[in-house]
Design a protein. Structure first.
Length: 413
């Protein structure tokens, strides 16, 4: 066996972080209703401040114009007393008396302005609270049809295409939007029904002749009087038929896994990975590839068969696309940032970063290898990505330093 070439330095791998968790305070999310409420209340508040400032300036000007002393005292031996201005009684002459009257008038004017300002501020606070509450209520009433549309769209996202909005009310823009959405749902329901019918028919029409061909070939191969050339031809045709069966199964699974999973059950991702490893251990031993890694418990809600297909496809790819000697595949599961994480790393050829996205396309493999290979039909990663999306998760691939790939699957817990 030829020695493997020296590993090339892999290109810089992209950064990756698990999907950010949803904010624990959803009421702080800047919804349209909150923004309309803030806009309406803010405009009223600004208008109130401007109105208050104008009133204050006008009142101050009016009090200033009329704030001079209305009379003056002249003569001698005049005694003046006042409950509001007690300093008048201490005046010794006309000058002090006039100054005391002026100061008293200014104090009363300032007291009137302060009283006006305090009362106006209290009124402004009360009106602002009423304005924000009124704006929030009105925004909720105006946007209630949008909430109904959103709830219907969420139910449709769960493959419940029979839901319709059927919005009542005036013939405005929101009702037009709801009617358009209902028409779109009608077309989607017809399309998905046709797709499901096609998948069911294809499942029967494609599997049956392939199964018949396989049976006929196996019968002819079991004939002891058949020549060696016929045996060799039969084995070749049987391998081709098996490859066609794998292709049909992969296409049907890919078509079914593009939809959301309706019936979900608790599934331990670590147990799923262990079952996938058990199915691949014989092939790994034949190729001299070591399978290792710790798999912690990570329970998610989903379909166990489809999740096992993700793990099986990733582990099989790691075993088949590996180095000739001293290769390994590391499979780990864990809970990280509130999500279940399945990681499959392997040694192998250097993968350029610009080819990562192409690996997830159907019938695409590394470089130009497409046919004539015993490594699969080119649907493994496409199926894995479709199944991950159907479970509300995602799958990310990164080139590993020294060659090979690091595949990460994140699923909501």
């Amino acid at each position: 066996m030829a020695a493997s070439p020296a590993p090339m330095k892999a290109p810089p791998k992209p950064t990756w972080e698990p999907k950010a968790q949803e904010s624990p305070y959803p009421w702080l999310r800047p919804t349209i209703r909150i923004r309309l409420t803030l806009l309406y209340g803010g405009m009223f508040l600004i208008a109130g401040i401007l109105l208050l400032s104008i009133i204050y300036m006008l009142a101050a000007q009016a009090l200033h114009d009329a704030g001079g002393p209305a009379f003056q005292v002249s003569g001698t031996n005049v005694q003046i007393s006042s409950d509001t201005c007690p300093q008048l009684g201490s005046a010794q002459n006309n000058g002090q008396l006039n100054e005391a009257i002026k100061n008293c008038t200014a104090a009363q004017r300032q007291h009137a302005l302060d009283s006006l300002l305090n009362r106006a501020l209290l009124a402004l606070v009360g009106l602002s609270i009423i304005a924000f509450a009124f704006g929030y209520a009105m925004a909720g009433r105006v946007l209630s049809p949008l909430g109904r549309i959103t709830r219907t769209a969420r139910r449709v996202a769960g493959t419940d295409l029979s839901r319709r909005i059927e919005l009542d009310g005036p013939d405005d823009e929101l009702k037009e939007l709801a009617d358009t959405f209902d028409e779109m749902l009608d077309r989607l329901e017809r399309a998905f029904t046709a797709q499901q019918r096609f998948v069911g028919n294809a499942s029967h029409e494609l599997r049956t002749p392939l199964a018949i061909n396989r049976t006929l070939l196996e019968v002819h191969l079991s004939d002891p009087e058949a020549s060696s050339e016929l045996h060799q031809l039969g084995k070749t045709l049987l391998a081709t038929n098996e490859r066609s069966e794998q292709l049909v199964e992969g296409l049907l699974l890919l078509a079914r896994s593009d939809n959301q999973i309706v019936e979900r059950k608790p599934v331990d991702l670590g147990e799923v990975a262990d079952r996938a490893i058990d199915q691949t251990r014989g092939e790994a031993a034949a190729k001299g590839v070591e399978i290792r890694g710790d798999r912690a418990q990570a329970v998610v809600q989903g379909n166990g068969v489809l999740l096992e297909r993700i793990a099986l496809n990733l582990v099989q790819n790691g075993v088949r696309y590996n180095v000739p000697e001293d290769g390994w595949v590391e499979v780990t599961t864990e809970l990280q940032h509130g999500q279940a994480l399945l990681t499959v790393s392997n040694t192998g050829p250097v993968v350029p970063a610009y080819e990562i996205d192409n690996l997830f396309e159907p019938f695409r493999r590394l470089r130009t290898e497409r046919t004539g290979s015993d490594k699969g039909v080119g649907l493994g990663l496409s199926i894995a990505r479709s199944v991950a999306r159907a479970h509300g998760g995602r799958i990310i691939a990164e080139p590993r330093e020294g060659g090979g790939l690091v595949m990460r699957v994140t699923l909501p817990v």
